[in-house]
Design a protein around this ligand. Structure first.
Ligand SMILES: NC(=O)c1ccc[n+]([C@@H]2O[C@H](COP(=O)([O-])OP(=O)(O)OC[C@H]3O[C@@H](n4cnc5c(N)ncnc54)[C@H](OP(=O)(O)O)[C@@H]3O)[C@@H](O)[C@H]2O)c1
Length: 454
């Protein structure tokens, strides 16, 4: 509460910007719908009376148009209310109903939970819940200082902050070695692969990452996928032996990505691909479009990784080759998204009090609401989450006429950005067709092994 007030009081430019953002986020959907309806009717309403020029000659054409215009606005306003009511009611009529509340009250005393990106946003909020229930929580961030500070702020006395920069393979190796040196191989109850980033307005590069053995990759791919993939490889024995619940934090944006785009990361250098840093040199709309497209691609990589991981873990169990130390439950992977949440995503300046426009958007969930989805994902029954994304709002899965990226855009920009709060609840919605494509999962896993492990 205090932080927002401080922003508004200390800088009038920021306050003006915040008011603008708030206004636009309420008004834009209204005008989008009214403009569509207006165009549909060709600018005429069925009951619009013809202007009676004979009785009002002196008033002129402007006065004659006024009643028609106001009745038009009234009708459009009613139409908007009806649209909102339909959206709010849609989940009740849908095949996909909210999950029964997932029990997240169990004591976690004696359990160890690792959360990557636990220094801010939804990761930090989830860490508070796990630590509050007695878990030994390890939170990571790129800097040791931020990770230690986050751990120090968690309830209980056993939280630990560890440095982990997912764009630096040596940092991933050091973290994994540190963890395996400190904890028993059966200790890892929950691993939340949450850290992530998106190029925001103040991101100044680098866009290309050359630290991984497989050659150059885009920094966003390194941060959102490849670093986590390497970490998974290093902790695989521990995951099997502990029966770890692995939570992969993806996004509704994964619906925007195609298999072809996602696999283009390993085409030859002469083929335009994401390996060169798509945002380089691109400003304005083209840059924003490419940035979002790349973000969606990295989030599809998370879904592909989760599904392949589940297939590998299942194969272990059926072949009886699970780790020599049997876990009390089989390891499983679950995909989750916090919805559109007010965090520091897209903000490079992580200094306390730095201006972050998302904090002012009334349409965004709070970081705590987003973090609660991660907590539920750590406890949900695996069959409920298989092939699904755990998310805090409803989407119209079978929206007609929209396929592929167009459907993804509808989910992302309309259902999440504008409507998520109207249909809140915990839902297990189907992953995109691309995410469930087993050939794509195999290809992505093979490419990632070569790129991250060499
Ligand atoms: N917020 C949303 O609307 C939204 C929607 C869908 C999905 N998500 C996903 O939610 C996850 C968490 O994001 P958030 O919204 O909570 O954002 P956030 O507040 O910016 O938190 C991101 C976390 O990731 C860490 N991080 C960033 N870059 C890293 C790197 N290269 N290596 C290691 N750690 C890194 C940050 O730690 P340091 O800065 O201390 O290094 C921070 O703890 C992301 O995977 C994001 O894609 C968010």
């Amino acid at each position: 509460m205090g932080e927002k007030v401080v922003h508004l009081e200390t800088n009038s430019v920021q306050a003006a910007l915040a008011v603008f953002v708030v206004s636009v986020s309420f008004i834009a959907p209204f005008f989008a719908v009214t403009a569509l309806l207006h165009r549909r009717w060709g600018g005429k309403l069925p009951e619009e009376p013809p202007p009676d020029t004979a009785t009002t000659p002196a008033a002129g054409p402007a006065a004659a148009r006024a009643p028609a215009a106001s009745s038009k606005m009234r009708l459009l306003l009613h139409a908007w209310v009806v649209v909102v009511a339909i959206i709010a009611a849609a989940p009740k009529l849908s095949r996909v109903q909210p999950l029964d509340p997932v029990d997240t009250s169990a004591s976690l005393t004696g359990h160890t939970v690792v959360i990557t990106g636990g220094t801010s946003g939804i990761g930090l909020e989830a860490a508070k819940d796990f630590a509050g229930r007695g878990a030994r929580v390890i939170v990571t961030g790129r800097s040791q200082a931020r990770a230690s500070a986050a751990a120090a702020g968690l309830p209980g006395a056993s939280a630990l902050g560890m440095a982990l920069d997912l764009t630096v393979p040596a940092s991933v190796e050091a973290f994994a070695a540190g963890f395996l040196g400190e904890f028993k191989p059966t200790d890892l109850s929950v691993l939340v692969l949450n850290a992530g980033m998106v190029y925001g307005p103040d991101y100044a590069g680098p866009y290309s990452n050359t630290a991984f053995p497989g050659g150059a990759v885009d920094t966003m791919i390194a941060a959102n996928h490849l670093g986590h993939f390497l970490l998974l490889q290093r902790l695989m024995g521990c995951i099997r032996a502990s029966g770890t619940r692995v939570v992969l934090v993806s996004s509704i944006s994964h619906h925007l990505a195609t298999v072809a785009d996602t696999l283009a990361v390993h085409r030859s250098p002469s083929t335009p691909s994401f390996t060169d840093g798509v945002a380089l040199g691109k400003a304005g709309l083209a840059g924003a479009r490419d940035m979002f497209s790349l973000y969606g691609t990295t989030k599809l990589m998370n879904v592909l990784t989760a599904n392949k991981l589940n297939r590998l873990l299942r194969a272990d169990t059926t072949a009886g080759t699970a780790d020599a130390v049997p876990a009390t439950r089989p390891a499983t992977a679950v995909v989750a998204t916090p919805g559109f949440a007010a965090t520091s995503i897209g903000v490079s300046n992580r200094a306390a009090g730095a201006f972050n426009p998302i904090e002012y958007l009334p349409l965004a969930f709070s970081a705590a609401e987003g973090g609660a989805v991660l907590v539920a994902a750590a406890a949900v029954d695996p069959p409920l989450a298989e092939g699904k994304v755990l998310q805090p709002y409803w989407i119209w899965e079978r929206v007609p006429l929209l396929q592929g990226a167009a459907r993804g855009a509808f989910f992302n920009f309309f259902q999440e950005f504008f409507c998520q709060k109207l249909t809140r609840g915990l839902y297990a919605h189907a992953q995109s067709d691309a995410g469930r494509d087993e050939a794509a999962q195999d290809a992505m896993w093979a490419w990632s092994s070569a790129a991250a492990v060499g």
